[in-house]
Design a protein around this ligand. Sequence first.
Ligand SMILES: Cc1cc2nc3c(=O)[nH]c(=O)nc-3n(C[C@H](O)[C@H](O)[C@H](O)COP(=O)(O)OP(=O)(O)OC[C@H]3O[C@@H](n4cnc5c(N)ncnc54)[C@H](O)[C@@H]3O)c2cc1C
Length: 316
Amino acid sequence: MRVVEPSYTILTDLDQVPLVERIEACGRVCYKSEDKISEGSAAAFVRRVLAHGHNSVAEMGVATLEIEVDLESTLGDFFACLPRFMHIDRVEKKRILMTGSVRAWRELFLENPSNKVVKASLALLAGREPLLFEDIAPKSGWREQAGVAVRKLPLAEVEKLDAGLLARHRHIAVRFIVNRAVTHEIVRHRPCSFLQESQRYCRYSEDKFGNEVTFIRPMFFEQDSDEYRLWEEAMRRTEEAYLKLLETSTPQAARTVLPNSCKTEIIVYANLLEWLHIFRLRCSQAAEPSMREVMVPLLEDFRKLFPRVFGDLVVG
Ligand SMILES: Cc1cc2nc3c(=O)[nH]c(=O)nc-3n(C[C@H](O)[C@H](O)[C@H](O)COP(=O)(O)OP(=O)(O)OC[C@H]3O[C@@H](n4cnc5c(N)ncnc54)[C@H](O)[C@@H]3O)c2cc1C
C-alpha cells in the first residue's frame, strides 16, 4: 500500500488548448488512462464517450459568445428556450454574453433546433470545433442567421470583464487528489461539473497503479501515534481483502471494501462565483478539517490569480 499527502493543481494550462484536447485530458482522469494521450487520440476518445452517454465529459470546457441581435423582437423567443446551465448577461441594449459548456450548448440546440439565436450560436461553435457537434448537425448543415451576429470571446477578453461579469463567465478547473470522504462532500456543489477517478474501471492490482491501493494520509493523527498505527493496520488489511477479491471479481465488486481514506482524483470545474461560494463554506472553521487542508491554500492561490474577485474574501 502507498500513503500520499492530499494535493491539488489548478488546471490553467488546459485553458490554452483546443476544447477537444481539454475534454480528453479531463475525461481520462476517470479511467486513469492519461498515458494513452497521443497526437490524434482526442477525437476518438471524445467520439467514444459522447456515443456512450458519458456526457459530463462534455462539461469540461466552456465557450463564451457575444451575441448581437435585436433583442426586443427576438428576446421572447430566445428565453422561451429556457437555456439551462448557461450564464447569460445583457451587457448592452442589443448585446448579450452567454457562457455554457459544450454539453450545455449541444443540449440547447437539441432542444431548440429552430431558434434563430441558438442556430447562429451553434453555427459559430461548430465551425470552430466541428468534432464536438458533428453528431447533432442539422440536415441542412450549420448556417449563419440573418440579423444575429455572434462572436466567440477569447479568454483574454473574458478576463478583462468587470468583476461581476468575470465571476460569472470565467470558469476554472482544479484537479484534487484527496480522500473519498472529501470528494463525497465536494460533489454536493451542484453548479459545478465533476469528473472523478472511477473505482469501477480502475483495477489497482495493475502495474500502472503499482499493484497496490493508494490512501491519503489522514491529517487527524500524528504519524508516530497509536491511532495512526491502528489506521495503517486497517488500510493494510483492507488492501489485502481488495486484492484477494480481485482474483475472482471485477473492480466494481472488489471496491465494496475500499474505505473513505482511499485516494481519489477529481476535477472540479466551475465559474468563479461558485468557487467563491465553495471557499466560503469549505474554508470556514465549521468545515471538515481534511477539506480545509486543501481549500485554504487553494483560496490563497485563487486570490493571486483573480484578486478582483477573491481579494477581499473573508472566511470565518
Ligand atoms: C459545515 C457543513 C456541514 C454539512 N453537513 C451536512 C450534513 O450533515 N448532511 C448533508 O446532507 N449535507 C451536509 N452539508 C452539505 C450542504 O448541505 C450542501 O449540500 C453543500 O455544502 C453544498 O452547498 P450549497 O447547497 O450551499 O450550494 P451549491 O450546491 O454549491 O449551490 C450553489 C448555489 O446554487 C443555488 N442552488 C443550487 N442548487 C439549488 C437548488 N436545487 N435549489 C435552490 N438553489 C440551488 C443556491 O443558491 C446555492 O447557494 C454540509 C456542508 C457544510 C459546509
